[in-house]
Write a protein that binds this ligand. Structure first.
Ligand SMILES: NC(=O)C1=CN([C@@H]2O[C@H](COP(=O)(O)OP(=O)(O)OC[C@H]3O[C@@H](n4cnc5c(N)ncnc54)[C@H](OP(=O)(O)O)[C@@H]3O)[C@@H](O)[C@H]2O)C=CC1
Ligand SMILES: O=C1O[C@H](COP(=O)(O)O)[C@@H](O)[C@H](O)[C@H]1O
Length: 491
C-alpha cells in the first residue's frame, strides 16, 4: 500500500486523561517528527475541565518533554492543538464542535478528513457516537474514522450492545478498535517470522510443534486502577483481548493476501476453532490467582485486597493461566498455554514455540539429553528472537550441547522502533485497519471468555493464592505438568 502523509482534523475525547497524555500526544509527536504527519493536521482536545488553549498546549509540551529534539520546535508542534471544554451530553457542544472542525479544516487544509478518538470510559461511547451523527459532525467531505479503546464491553451481551450503538453512527470499516498489543513490533513480527521463512512455515503445525506458550507478566499491581480492575480481572483485562489476539496470530492459516480482510478472516477462523469448554470443565483448562503480600526488588508489596478501590474480600483474579486447544487440522492436539498476571517476578511478554522431540536421541549413549528446539519471540521489555538448537560441544568427542542464536536490535534500531500507539495511530490515519480488532473477533472471544467468568463468579476461589514477586500459583505449573510439559523460563 502506498502511504501518503495524511491530513486530518483529529478530535480526542478525554484529552486531559492519562491515556491521552502518556500515549497519544507523544505518539502524535513522534509521527510529526518522523515526517509521517504533515503540517496539515489539527487536534481538538475535548474534556470537561475548563482549560485554555495555552493550558492545553502546556500539557502537550509536558507530555513530549522527554524527546528534546533539536530540530523540532515544541511550540510549533503544540500550536496544532486546540482545547474545547465539552459536555458529552450537550448537543449544542457538538454543533459548535462541527463548526470549529470546519474552521480548522480550512486553516490547516486538512482535506475534510475527520478522526474521532474516544479516550474515555466506554460507557460514553454510545452517547458520543449517536450525538456526533445526530448533530451532523460525521457529514464531512473526506474520510471519517472512529477509534475506540478497550474494554469493548464487559461480556458478550454488553459488547454486542456497544457495537450496536456505535454501528448506528459508524460503519464497520470506519471503526478502529485498538488493541495496543497489535501495535507492538514483535507481535507484528509474528506474521513475518511465520510467512517469510521457509525454515518455519513447513514446521508450523501439529506434526512438529509440541506446544506454544505465551507469557505476559507484570511486576506492577493494580496501582490506582483498583475500582476498574476489581470489576474486570485478568481474564477480561488481558486474556479476552491481548492474549487471544496473540493466539490468533500464531495459529492462523497463511492469508491469501496481506489485506486487512484476508488477515482478519484467518484470525476469526482460529477463534471459531477454539475447543469450547463447559463450565464444569473450566478448572481443567484454566487456573486463576490473586496476589498476596510479598517482595519485589527488596520492596515489600501489599496484597491485592489491600489496594485502593478493591473489595477486601474480592474474588477477582489478578492472574490467569490456561490451555487453549484449537480443533482444526493444523493444530489438533497442540496445547496453547497462556499465563498473565500482575505482581509477578518479571515484567515480560514472551512467546515460546516448543518443537517436538526427535524420534530417537542418537547421543543418549554418550550421556547427553537433547533439549527440544525452541523459537522464542521476545515482545518486551526488549524485542528479539532466540532460536534454541543443539550443536557439537567444544571437545574431542562428538556430543551435543544446547546453543542459542539471538536476534537483538541495536540501540539505534530500538530508538527508531515505533511505539505501539504510534504505529496504530499511523495505520488509522492511513486507513489501514489490519492491526485493529473486528467486531466478529470481539464477539467470538467474549463468547469463549464468558463461560470461564461465569464458572469463576459462581464459585469463590481460595484467594489470595500467590505471593507478590512469584510466578503465580502452583496450579499453573500443574496445568502443564499434567500434559508432560513445563513453563520455559522467561529471559
Ligand atoms: N490509561 C491507559 O493506559 C489506558 C486506557 N485505556 C482506556 O482508555 C480510556 C481512557 O482511559 P484514561 O485516559 O486512563 O482515563 P482517565 O480517567 O485518565 O481520563 C478520562 C478522560 O475523560 C474525560 N471525561 C470524563 N467524563 C467526561 C464527560 N462527561 N465529558 C467529557 N469528558 C469527560 C476526563 O476529563 P475531565 O475530567 O476534564 O472531563 C478525562 O480527560 C478508557 O476506556 C480506558 O479503559 C486503555 C488502555 C490503556
Ligand atoms: O491493556 C492493558 O495492558 C496493560 C499491559 O500492557 P503492556 O503493554 O505494559 O504489556 C495492563 O497493565 C493493563 O492492566 C491492561 O488494561
Amino acid at each position: 500500500m502506498t502511504l501518503h502523509t495524511p491530513k486530518a482534523v483529529i478530535v480526542i475525547f478525554g484529552a486531559t486523561g492519562d491515556l491521552a497524555n502518556r500515549k497519544l500526544y507523544p505518539s502524535l509527536y513522534r509521527l510529526y517528527r518522523n515526517g509521517k504527519l504533515s503540517e496539515n493536521f489539527a487536534v481538538i482536545g475535548v474534556a470537561r475541565r475548563p482549560l485554555t488553549n495555552e493550558d492545553f498546549r502546556n500539557n502537550i509540551k509536558k507530555s513530549i518533554a522527554d524527546f528534546n529534539d533539536e530540530h523540532i520546535n515544541p511550540d510549533e508542534f503544540a500550536s496544532h492543538f486546540h482545547y474545547n471544554p465539552f459536555d458529552v451530553q450537550d448537543l449544542t457542544h457538538y454543533q459548535k464542535l462541527n463548526a470549529f472542525m470546519d474552521e480548522l479544516d480550512e486553516k490547516y487544509d486538512a482535506g475534510g478528513n475527520r478522526l474521532f478518538y474516544l479516550a474515555m470510559a466506554p460507557n460514553f461511547f454510545g452517547t458520543i457516537a449517536a450525538n456526533l451523527k445526530s448533530e451532523g459532525v460525521t457529514n464531512n467531505q473526506g474520510w471519517t474514522r472512529l477509534v475506540i479503546e478497550k474494554p469493548f464491553g464487559h461480556n458478550y451481551d454488553t459488547a454486542q450492545q456497544l457495537n450496536d450503538q456505535i454501528r448506528h453512527a459508524f460503519s464497520e470499516d470506519q471503526i478502529y478498535r485498538i488493541d495496543h498489543y497489535l501495535g507492538k513490533e514483535m507481535i507484528q513480527n509474528i506474521e513475518i517470522v511465520r510467512f517469510a521463512n521457509a525454515l518455519f512455515e513447513p514446521l508450523w503445525n501439529n506434526q512438529y510443534i509440541a506446544n506454544i506458550q505465551i507469557t505476559s507478566s507484570e511486576t506492577l499491581g493494580v496501582e490506582e486502577r483498583g475500582s476498574y480492575y476489581d470489576k474486570s480481572g485478568a481474564l477480561r483485562d488481558m486474556v479476552q483481548n491481548h492474549i487471544l489476539q496473540m493466539v490468533s496470530l500464531l495459529a492462523m492459516e497463511p492469508p491469501a493476501k496481506l489485506t486487512p480482510d484476508d488477515i482478519r478472516y484467518e484470525k476469526i477462523k482460529v477463534l471459531r476453532s477454539l475447543r469450547p469448554i463447559s463450565e464444569a470443565d473450566v478448572n481443567n483448562y484454566f487456573v486463576r490467582g490473586q496476589y498476596d503480600r510479598g517482595e519485589i526488588d527488596g520492596e515489600p508489596m501489599n496484597a491485592y485486597r489491600e489496594g485502593n478501590g478493591v473489595d477486601p474480600e474480592s474474588n477477582t483474579e489478578t492472574f490467569v493461566a490456561g490451555k487453549f486447544m484449537i480443533d482444526n487440522f493444523r493444530w489438533a492436539g497442540v496445547p496453547f498455554y497462556i499465563r498473565t498476571g500482575k505482581r509477578m517476578a518479571k515484567k515480560a511478554t514472551e512467546i515460546v514455540v516448543q518443537f517436538k522431540d526427535l524420534p530417537i536421541n542418537l547421543y543418549a549413549g554418550k550421556g547427553d539429553t537433547i533439549d527440544p528446539n525452541l523459537l522464542v519471540i521476545r515482545v518486551q521489555p526488549e524485542d528479539g528472537i532466540t532460536l534454541h538448537l543443539n550443536a557439537k560441544k567444544g571437545d574431542y568427542d562428538t556430543t551435543s550441547t544446547p546453543i542459542t542464536m539471538h536476534y537483538d536490535k541495536s540501540a539505534v534500531e530500538n530508538e527508531y522502533t515505533p511505539e505501539a500507539y504510534e504505529t496504530l495511530l499511523n495505520d488509522c490515519l492511513n486507513g489501514d485497519s489490519t492491526n485493529f480488532v473486528h467486531s466478529d473477533e470481539v464477539a467470538l472471544s467474549w463468547k469463549y471468555i464468558d463461560i470461564i467468568s461465569k464458572a469463576w463468579t459462581d464459585k469463590k476461589a481460595a484467594f489470595p493464592n500467590y505471593t507478590s514477586g512469584s510466578n503465580g500459583p502452583r496450579e499453573a505449573d500443574k496445568l502443564l505438568e499434567n500434559d508432560g510439559f513445563y513453563w520455559w523460563t522467561i529471559q
